[in-house]
Design a protein around this ligand. Structure first.
Ligand SMILES: [Zn+2]
Length: 283
């Protein structure tokens, strides 16, 4: 410590926490409507993401996408874009501020400014039993950005090309037929599906531990808008030991798309852009 605390330091520390964004002012998504539509849905698409690789998928508004561990525990790093306007993409920071560090059923994935609208709603999570453990860890975080080759090189001096950042870059480049350098600028902070993470109590450092996912575990979303998704199967596997690794046991991930028949979503509308005037000045 280099600075003496003031006399009223304890009183200052005792100020009550105030939730920055109270969730009770957010529109509550109609989960019952979504679930009825999902129960009537048929599978309309399937993509397998090989270990240490990424793949793109498309999903239309009013459909569902499920991410499954078909063989065993595997962390996935997810990017989402509006299907025709890649400038609108997932905003992990504001999603974290609105909902918390880890996502639960009923919460939503929000798009970046100036769009700021729900892209997807989490409707099913087979790991919802995990809750919070004694280390303060939870599953499915919007904290951890993504593993990337730059941080890896910074810390190890080595080149490693199968980080989630590079996997997402290669998959986007191939899907969009763009050069790698152009595709790379589209990659953004992710939702870490199946990843088990927290902050250490003493130093506040971001930590990971082995994902509790087992074969068949899944997380599922309702698509509020038309989307291009990109999912990387992290080279850390269950992220129980290390990132950016060719030795961690890795598994594939599976994305399945499910679409309901007409009439099951009556009363639901794909959300419009945020209605702020964008004048940025009073008067
Ligand atoms: Zn990763």
């Amino acid at each position: 410590m280099t600075h003496a605390p003031p006399k009223d330091a304890d009183a200052r520390r005792a100020a009550p926490p105030v939730i920055c964004y109270k969730p009770d002012t957010l529109y509550v998504p109609p989960l019952d409507l979504y679930r009825k539509a999902r129960a009537a849905s048929g599978e309309t698409g399937r993509v397998i993401v090989p270990p240490r690789e990424a793949r793109c998928f498309r999903v239309t508004a009013g459909s569902f996408f499920r991410i499954t561990c078909p063989e065993g525990a595997q962390v996935g790093d997810l990017n989402l874009f509006e299907a025709r306007n890649l400038d609108e993409h997932f905003y992990s920071g504001k999603t974290r501020a609105l909902h918390g560090s880890h996502l639960h059923v009923g919460q939503r994935l929000w798009s970046c400014l100036p769009y700021l609208r729900p892209m997807a709603t989490l409707i099913e999570d087979s790991l919802d039993w995990y809750g919070v453990d004694d280390d303060g860890a939870r599953v499915h975080d919007v904290i951890g950005t993504r593993c990337d080759p730059y941080t890896h090189h910074l810390l190890s001096g080595q080149d490693y090309h199968n980080t989630c950042h590079s996997n997402l870059t290669r998959a986007l480049a191939e899907h969009l037929r763009k050069p790698l350098t152009e595709a790379e600028t589209l990659v953004h902070d992710v939702l870490n599906v199946f990843m088990c993470t927290g902050f250490t109590h003493d130093t506040g450092q971001y930590f990971m531990k082995a994902s509790p996912a087992r074969k068949g575990d899944h997380i599922e979303f309702f698509a509020e808008i038309d989307m291009l998704g990109v999912l990387s199967a992290c080279p850390g596997g269950d992220c129980g030991s290390e990132h950016s690794s060719d030795t961690a046991e890795c598994h594939p991930l599976e994305v399945t798309i499910h679409s309901p028949p007409a009439g099951y979503l009556d009363g639901w509308y794909s959300p419009s852009y945020n209605r702020y005037s964008r004048r940025h000045a009073p008067g």
